[in-house]
Design a binder for this molecule. Structure first.
Ligand SMILES: [Zn+2]
Length: 144
């Protein structure tokens, strides 16, 4: 092996006595470490803006908020059902629990229906809006 020689091979790769790394500014930027944009204690690399720990925290918070909305919806519908009961009838524990389960099922079915509608809207919403727009324009032209 020659010192600073050309064509020296180490493990079938070119061997450089004094290696120089030529990186483009984009590559350097990608390798640079920055503090996390949220907690500013951990470091992130590449295109990431926040560290993995903060991502997990945000995910947990989103999950808790979602569960909170479900609970609020169930309690709201439960209260509505209790309000709609016959005022003179005696409400026993069984009936109260029955209404609670019914409100839970109603929220579950409602959220499923909402998810299906969102999916449908994602694929057909634009077309539907175009059709409505065309129809409205026709009606307006018909009136003039
Ligand atoms: Zn962080």
């Amino acid at each position: 092996m020659r010192i600073e020689g050309q064509n020296n091979k180490v493990a079938m790769r070119d061997y450089y006595e004094k290696p120089t790394l030529n990186l483009t500014p984009e590559q350097l930027k990608e390798l640079a470490v920055r503090p996390c944009g949220r907690c500013e204690t951990r470091l992130v690399v590449g295109n990431a803006c926040i560290c993995r720990r903060c991502q997990e925290t945000l995910r947990d918070q989103a999950w808790n908020a979602r569960m909170g909305r479900y609970v609020v919806a169930i309690l709201f519908i439960w209260g509505m059902m209790i309000q709609m009961q016959d005022k003179d009838a005696v409400m026993d524990l069984y009936r109260l629990l029955e209404l609670g389960v019914s409100s839970g099922v109603a929220v579950l079915v409602g959220s499923c229906a909402w998810a299906v509608f969102k999916e449908w809207w994602l694929f057909n919403g634009e077309e539907l809006l175009k059709l409505i727009g065309k129809t409205v324009k026709k009606r307006i032209k018909g009136l003039l």
